[in-house]
Design a protein around this ligand. Structure first.
Ligand SMILES: [Zn+2]
Ligand SMILES: [Zn+2]
Length: 333
C-alpha cells in the first residue's frame, strides 16, 4: 500500500510531497485513514534535527486522528472506528517500567515521527497497542492536540496530586499551556497564567485562568510569592527560575514540560527552604492518555484550534515558528 505523505528531505527543509510503501500489517498493527493531524512544537524540532535524532526523509506529525482502515487480528480495533495516536509509537512492554505502566519511560520507546513516518499523510500503519479509541462525544479536530499536548500537561497534574483547591501556575500559554488552563479549571483549581504576550494574558481568562501575570517581569512574578502547589512550565525559553521557585508553597513542585536552552542554574537555598522540587515530565503513559480522554469527555475539553488543509502544511509550520497560532494548528485531509 502506497502512502501519500509530506516529508522534509533534509534538516530545516520545507515539507514536500513524498510517497512510501507502508509495511505489511502485523497482528497487532492497524492502518489508520488520517482525517486530522495537529502540529506540535516538537514537529519543528524534529524537522530541524534539534535533537540530532532525525532521519530523512522525515514525515512529521504525531497528533493523529482518523478511522481504522485495516485492523490486525489481535489489534482489538474494528473497521471504521475513530482512533488517535500521539508521540509514542511503541515500547518493549516487557521491562520493569513497561510492566509498571510507565511505558513512556521505556528505554526502547520509539516516537512516531523519529525513524518512522508520521501523520502528515493520508494514512499510517502503526502498532495498535499505542492507538486510542476516541470517545464519540469528542470532535476529531479538537481532540488531535490532546494526544501529545494534552497528555503532556495532564500527566504531571495527576502525578503531583493536583485536586480541587490546588493553586497551580501555568507558564507559557500556547498549544500546551492553554490545554493546561482548561484541565486545571475543570479540576477546580485556582489557576494563574504566566505569559510574555499581553494579548495572551487577556485571553487566558477565557481559557480558564483566574488571573494572569507576565512571565518575564520579575515584579509581576513576585506578586505571587508562596502561592503555588504546582508550577507547570511549557516554554522552551530561559526564564527567571529563581523568582519562579519563590512562588511555590512549601513542598511545591516546578515541573518542566518544555526544555529551556542551556543550563538551569539555581542556588540551592530556595529549594532547601520549603523543600521544593524541580522536575521534568515526558508525555504520559497509555493509561494516562485514556484517563485524559475520559476527563476531556466528562468536562467537554478540547483544544482551541485553527485548521488548515494538509496541502498548506508549510504555511501552518511557519505560523507556528512565528508563535502566531491560537492555540493549536490542526491539518485536515
Ligand atoms: Zn508533541
Ligand atoms: Zn519497556
Amino acid at each position: 500500500m502506497s502512502v501519500r505523505a509530506l516529508a522534509a528531505m533534509a534538516a530545516k527543509n520545507p515539507v514536500e510531497p513524498y510517497s512510501y510503501e507502508a509495511a505489511a500489517l502485523s497482528p497487532t498493527d492497524v492502518e489508520i485513514e488520517i482525517s486530522h493531524c495537529g502540529i506540535c512544537h516538537s514537529d519543528l524540532n524534529v524537522i530541524a534535527n534539534d535533537w540530532a535524532t532525525s532521519v530523512y526523509p522525515l514525515v512529521p506529525g504525531h497528533e493523529i486522528v482518523g478511522k481504522i482502515a485495516k485492523a490486525g487480528a489481535e489489534s482489538g480495533f474494528s473497521l471504521g472506528q475513530r482512533v488517535g495516536v500521539g508521540w509514542q509509537r511503541s515500547a518493549c512492554l516487557t521491562c520493569a517500567l513497561c510492566l509498571a505502566g510507565h511505558e513512556n519511560l521505556c528505554a526502547k520507546q520509539q516516537a512516531i515521527c523519529v525513524g518512522h513516518p508520521g501523520g502528515f499523510a493520508d494514512r499510517i500503519v502503526t502498532d495498535g497497542r499505542f492507538v486510542f479509541a476516541i470517545p464519540d462525544a469528542l470532535g476529531s479536530a479538537e481532540t488531535a492536540p490532546l494526544l501529545c499536548g494534552g497528555v503532556t500537561v495532564f500527566a504531571p497534574m495527576r502525578r503531583y496530586g493536583v485536586t480541587a483547591g490546588s493553586s497551580v501556575g501555568v507558564i507559557g500559554i500556547g498549544g500546551l499551556g492553554h490545554l493546561a488552563l482548561r484541565f486545571l479549571r475543570a479540576m477546580g483549581c485556582e489557576v494563574t497564567a504566566f505569559s510574555s504576550t499581553p494579548q495572551k494574558r487577556e485571553e487566558s481568562q477565557q481559557l480558564g485562568a483566574h488571573q494572569a501575570a507576565s512571565s518575564t517581569e520579575v515584579r509581576d512574578i513576585r506578586k505571587h510569592a508562596g502561592r503555588f502547589d504546582l508550577l507547570l512550565s511549557t516554554v522552551p525559553a530561559r526564564l527567571d527560575w529563581i523568582t519562579f521557585i519563590q512562588t511555590l508553597k512549601p513542598n511545591g513542585v516546578l515541573c518542566l514540560v518544555g526544555a529551556p536552552p542551556g543550563l538551569l542554574q539555581l542556588p540551592a537555598g530556595p529549594l532547601l527552604t520549603g523543600q521544593k522540587t524541580i522536575a521534568g515530565s515526558d508525555i504520559g503513559s497509555r493509561a494516562m492518555i485514556r484517563e485524559m480522554l475520559e476527563f476531556s469527555t466528562a468536562h467537554k475539553i478540547g483544544a482551541q484550534i485553527e485548521t488548515a488543509p494538509m496541502s498548506d502544511a508549510n504555511l501552518a509550520l511557519d505560523r507556528l515558528r512565528k508563535n502566531d497560532v491560537r492555540y493549536r494548528m490542526v491539518l485536515t485531509n
